[in-house]
Design a protein around this ligand. Structure first.
Ligand code: SF4
Length: 199
């Protein structure tokens, strides 16, 4: 697998916010979001078995980059983790639907659709283990309040989140995301790793 890093940390975003996990960050993405905070400078090639040796705890978050670009190996990793009783989460931009056989082994698939991309909203919205996380911000790939007010009423509230874009520790856009989440009756996600670790 093409991989950037395996590390142990606290999940800072989305439905598992505040829980400790092993993160497997896969390399490569099919989108080019301006201001993307994924650091692709150190890429290594590891077998699925080698990745398994780096798993330090029960909860595992497979992230990127865009992990579904390596769908076959990612599905193999998920099967192995599942057979060993791990709780598996995945973070994706939603442009590649995950096969049902793999998706059902995942506790949470957190899909963060980027504006202007082909993110298959109908496919994801129908899956009970999928949470949709929209990023509010000024970048061209982020969402505006107006666009979200059109999209969100059709979605299941408990599985829909708004998070503010930004890598500034003070999170200046967080209050706007909070207010919008409250007005739409959906969830607000913070970015705890940015607030606490600045990364
Ligand atoms: S989808 Fe995510 S990883 Fe890919 S370029 Fe955009 S922000 Fe970066």
């Amino acid at each position: 697998m093409r991989l950037i890093e395996i590390f142990y940390s606290i999940q800072g975003e989305g439905p598992a916010m505040g829980r400790s996990a092993t993160f497997v960050r896969l390399a490569g993405c099919n989108l080019r979001c301006q201001g993307c905070d994924t650091d692709n400078r150190t890429i290594q090639e590891l077998s699925v078995e080698e990745v398994m040796k780096g798993i330090l705890c029960r909860m595992v978050v497979i992230t990127g980059g865009e992990p579904t670009l390596q769908m076959e190996q990612m599905s193999e990793l998920i099967s192995l983790l599942h057979s060993q009783g791990n709780e598996i989460h995945i973070e994706t931009n939603g442009t590649n639907p995950i096969p049902e056989e793999t998706l059902k082994k995942i506790r949470y698939a957190v899909v963060s659709p980027k504006r202007g991309s082909n993110f298959h909203l109908d496919f994801w919205a129908g899956k009970k283990n999928v949470h949709l996380k929209f990023i509010l911000g000024k970048a061209p790939w982020c969402w505006t309040s107006e666009l979200l007010q059109d999209i969100i009423p059709a979605l299941e509230k408990e599985r829909t989140w708004i998070m503010a874009y930004g890598t500034d520790q003070n999170m200046p856009q967080a209050r706007a995301a909070w207010d919008l989440a409250l007005s739409l009756g959906i969830n607000y996600s913070d970015r705890l790793h940015i607030r606490l670790l600045r990364r």
